[in-house]
Design a protein around this ligand. Structure first.
Ligand SMILES: Cc1cc2nc3c(=O)[nH]c(=O)nc-3n(C[C@H](O)[C@H](O)[C@H](O)COP(=O)(O)OP(=O)(O)OC[C@H]3O[C@@H](n4cnc5c(N)ncnc54)[C@H](O)[C@@H]3O)c2cc1C
Length: 428
């Protein structure tokens, strides 16, 4: 069904920094209706919850939204999986899942995003033993460019499965996703303020190992990590003891926003109050504006073993970065084997930048950061803003040639391609 999009209102991404190249938007409420829409167009892109900052999900032709397809299809308590329709968001899935006694292994900083869009771009949370959100995918159903249904599972489809999960929207329309689940658990969250940069430098591994999911926030001013967020599972024997001081940082005495000057109203509960996993792993609460609101984002993945050097290299650029920055977040993610994952075969640390919404200024500083991170073979987040040359980006993905072959089988005429994919993936 073609959705009438307000004639005066242009279709934009969440941040509003990208006006999409078309407002031809079709909505499917079933697999058969999605098949019909896919078959009757030469070009189509799936639109998720529009949280990408760059044009990876843009189209100048047609969009397909699966928003009405957001049911939980089945829960398999024996296999420990849940199967969902591809239009569902984490915010819709998680409370339901928790009510059934189950949980996901991790979440991103916000619950507002679609599961399909998140796994397609290798969206991640934090935790040195936690893979990104795509690593929870145990099975997928998708439509090829011809509208045929392909079913893949981790258990039976080996390499093809590993090539498909982080599909960047280039391999087809995901209609159903099966995710690993585990018994539900509680998390408590403590925040520390003002850790000297030297504390981070000398104790990075201990800091990262202190919780199930750890985030460091800095504005790169005054040689400080402004806030350290430690999320700890209460069902684990070595739950975080929350001493008053932690490598020079002080335990916060009130809930904080990652940008300390902003109200913590939209943030998840802190101060060690235990709560369900889905109300502690994200930093931001469902029903509230996540993050700062008016902002741009960039993020780079560096190898875990070189993380401290990479962080210090960025710190040396503080004069150029801080004037345009709202906040930086540093997180840790386990390696995986998904071909186009930003953590492919590499335990990773991410250096993230939430920028003021001033693209000309951000566009000037990104190449400086990328040059500094070049020796660390940084991989930019697929969904965020970067300026890296396509050839350099491609050189960071050893399975790219296999991915291109897979795309040629599923989509020989480039129905799901757009300018971003043509530039960064398919151009040789
Ligand atoms: C405030 C904010 C906070 C964020 N926090 C984090 C974070 O903590 N960690 C992190 O890693 N990222 C984070 N992100 C980035 C976000 O997770 C990614 O942009 C993610 O891709 C969002 O999914 P979406 O559905 O909203 O995106 P969309 O832009 O709608 O889609 C993303 C891509 O997936 C494709 N796609 C969507 N659905 C399907 C489908 N059914 N079949 C095939 N392809 C599909 C689209 O075509 C597009 O290419 C954040 C973004 C914002 C705005």
């Amino acid at each position: 069904m073609r959705v009438a999009h307000g004639a005066r209102e242009k279709l934009t991404n969440w941040a509003g920094n990208l006006t999409y190249g078309t407002d031809h938007l079709f909505e499917a409420g079933s697999v058969s209706s999605a098949q019909e829409i896919v078959r009757s167009h030469d070009k189509i892109k799936v639109l998720g919850t529009r949280h990408c900052f760059n044009s990876i999900g843009d189209s100048h032709d047609n969009f397909l939204s699966l928003r009405p397809m957001r049911d939980v299809v089945a829960i398999d308590a024996t296999a420990r999986t849940v199967t969902v329709d591809a239009g569902i968001t984490y915010g819709q899935l998680c409370p339901w899942l928790d009510g059934k006694g189950f949980a996901l292994h991790n979440l991103a900083s916000l619950p507002h995003i679609s599961v399909a869009g998140a796994i397609s771009t290798a969206t991640h949370g934090s935790g040195e033993l936690n893979g990104n959100l795509a690593t929870a995918v145990a099975g997928l159903e998708m439509l090829t460019a011809g509208g045929d249904v392909v079913k893949l599972s981790r258990a039976t489809d080996g390499d093809v499965f590993r090539g498909t999960v982080v599909g960047l929207g280039a391999l087809g329309v995901i209609t159903r996703i099966t995710l690993d689940v585990q018994p539900t658990y509680s998390v408590s969250q403590y925040v520390y303020e003002n850790m000297p940069l030297a504390g981070m430098r000398d104790h990075f591994d201990e800091i990262q190992a202190s919780g199930y999911s750890v985030s460091l926030f800095t504005d790169w001013r005054n040689q400080l990590i402004n806030e350290v967020w430690i999320k700890s599972r209460t069902d684990r024997p070595a739950a975080f003891a929350a001493p008053p001081e932690f490598f020079g940082a002080k335990l916060a005495t009130r809930n904080l926003h990652p940008i300390a000057a902003l109200s913590a109203e939209n943030c998840t509960e802190q101060m060690g109050v235990p709560g369900p996993w889905y109300e502690r792993l994200p930093h931001f609460r469902m029903g509230f504006t996540p993050s700062a609101g008016k902002e741009l984002q960039s993020e780079y993945f560096v190898p875990r073993g070189k993380a401290v050097d990479a962080i210090l290299a960025v710190e040396r650029l503080h004069d150029q970065i801080s004037p345009h920055l709202l906040i930086t977040e540093i997180r840790t993610i386990a390696a995986d084997d998904l071909w186009m994952s930003t953590c492919y075969k590499r335990p990773s640390v991410t250096i993230h930048f939430t920028w003021k919404p001033d693209w000309p200024a951000v566009r000037r500083v990104l190449p400086v950061i990328e040059r500094e991170l070049g020796p660390f073979e940084a991989r930019p987040h697929w969904a965020k803003l970067f300026t890296m040359a396509p050839a350099e980006l491609r050189s960071r993905y050893e399975r790219l040639p296999d991915f291109i072959q897979l795309a040629a089988k599923r989509d020989p005429r480039g129905k799901f391609r757009n300018r971003f994919l043509d530039t960064y993936i398919f151009a040789s």
